[in-house]
Structure formats: structure tokens, C-alpha cells
Design a protein around this ligand. Structure first.
Ligand SMILES: [Fe+2]
Length: 259
């Protein structure tokens, strides 16, 4: 069968699959719809990234499928555990990859293509991409990780602006305008700080800036600048000497990559 037909089928399957999780319970359904919307946006980000980076048609189609399905584990996670917090339930990347495998959802794709999409789902949220992941699997994983981050920025920016912090994640973080030394060192070294080193909400916001260093495609970094995400994020941070240093470093990193 033609891969375009398969893609269309996988798109309508996605809608049916997700809609079957709606319960009529307002707060649960809200989360399901938020994750559905996010999946559709990541699907779109993948398509735009593919166009900007001149992917082949085959790569483009697979990138779109991987984007659409990257959070497929979220729906069963919500149903079973009533939470989106991985450390309180399951790793949603692994969980989603297992669902795709177990339910044979991608069985119309060539086995190698299906395996690569499943790997991209499995590792879209891991701290690093495992070294053993190569070829198409590694490629799709890199695409989905970028597309996911771009859409998460859309979500978090609104969220921060409104000051609605997720109490389950930020429970123990202080509101003090301060950067913790371990977090500062990590970011200066262009590393993601450890969650356990984060003491303040400022630390947490700064950790989102670190994602810039983790973007795989120049297109993604260009979009960060085009959409003003860097400016907005810094605008949400207090004026501290450490933040000035980080800002200078982030800007020079972006300038160097976007020449
Ligand atoms: Fe995810």
C-alpha cells in the first residue's frame, strides 16, 4: 500500500484512538484534549521542520507519524493513573512505545520504518538519546525531540505568564528570586541541571533555557528566535547578575549557530 494512504489511515486512527479516552469527566477530558492538541501541534512542527531542513518525502512522512504518535502513552497513563507526572506513574515515552508495539498500531508500515517510529516515541523524553540508536531511529528521535520542545514552549510560555505553576512539579520550589549555585554551574556548562538541584522557580524557568543547547536542527533554534521565545523567557526571569551571564552566553550560542 502507498505510504500516503497509510499515513492518512494513521491520522484518522489517532483521532479515534484518543477520542475513545474521553469520559465526560470535565477535568480528565481537559487533560486528554490538551494532549491531543499538543500531539497535533507536534505533528505540524515535524512537517515544518522537515520542509525547512529538506527531508526526503519518506523521511517527512515518518517524521509526521512520529510527531503525531509521540505522546500516545499519555492517554492510557491518564486513564490508568490519573496523572501526567511520570515519576508518579510510568515513563510515558516507554509506555507509548510499548502500546504501539503491543497493539500493532504501525503494522502497515515497513518493519524498519515502524521500528524507527517506535524508537522515536520511546526516546523522545529521555535525558539523552542512547548511543546505540542509529540511522533512521536516531534521525526521527532527533526530529521529535525538537518538535516537542517547540510546542512545549508554546504551552509553558502561556502558563508562566499567567503564573499558574504546576503545584505537583513545583511543590517544593521557593518563590525567591535566586539562582541556585548548582543550577548556575550546570547551565554555564550548557548542561541540563538536575531536578534535585533546583530550589527555586527561577531555577526551574532557567532549566527551560537549557533546551536551546539540546536542539538538533538549526531550524528549531531559528524558530526560537523568530517566535521570540528567548526574549519572552528572559523577560520572565528576575534581573540577577547570574542571569545576565547566562543571557550573554545563550545569545552568543544562538548567534554562532544561526549565521
Ligand atoms: Fe511527551
Amino acid at each position: 500500500m502507498d505510504i500516503m494512504d497509510i499515513t492518512e489511515r494513521l491520522k484518522s486512527f489517532f483521532h479515534n484512538y484518543v477520542d475513545a479516552y474521553l469520559t465526560g469527566d470535565k477535568s480528565l477530558d481537559r487533560n486528554i484534549m490538551l494532549k491531543k492538541q499538543h500531539s497535533l501541534m507536534v505533528h505540524r512542527e515535524c512537517r515544518e521542520l522537515a520542509a525547512a531542513e529538506n527531508f526526503s518525502e519518506h523521511e517527512t512522512v515518518l517524521a509526521e507519524i512520529a510527531g503525531l504518535y509521540h505522546d500516545i502513552g499519555r492517554f492510557e497513563q491518564l486513564k490508568r493513573y490519573n496523572t501526567l507526572v511520570d515519576f508518579k506513574s510510568v515513563n510515558h515515552g516507554e509506555f507509548g512505545a510499548d502500546i504501539l508495539e503491543k497493539d500493532n498500531i504501525l503494522n502497515e508500515l515497513e518493519p524498519a520504518d515502524a521500528a524507527a517510529v517506535i524508537n522515536a516515541v520511546r526516546y523522545h523524553n529521555s535525558r539523552d538519546i542512547p548511543d546505540r540508536l542509529t540511522g533512521l531511529s536516531r534521525f526521527l528521535t532527533r526530529v521529535v525531540r525538537d518538535a516537542d520542545k517547540l510546542d512545549i514552549y508554546r504551552v509553558v510560555m502561556d502558563y508562566y505568564r499567567e503564573g499558574n505553576y504546576d503545584k505537583t512539579i513545583l511543590l517544593n520550589l521557593s518563590e525567591t528570586a535566586m539562582v541556585s549555585p548548582a543550577v548556575f554551574e550546570a547551565i554555564k556548562g550548557r548542561q541540563n541541571p538536575l531536578m534535585s538541584d533546583m530550589k527555586t522557580i527561577t531555577d526551574f524557568k532557567l532549566s527551560k533555557l537549557c533546551w536551546f543547547y539540546d536542539l538538533n536542527f538549526d531550524h528549531s533554534l531559528r524558530e526560537i528566535r523568530n517566535r521570540g521565545i528567548d526574549k519572552k523567557l528572559f523577560g520572565l526571569l528576575p534581573e540577577l547578575p547570574e542571569i545576565k551571564i547566562i543571557r550573554r552566553d545563550v545569545n552568543s550560542y544562538m548567534d554562532a549557530r544561526l549565521v
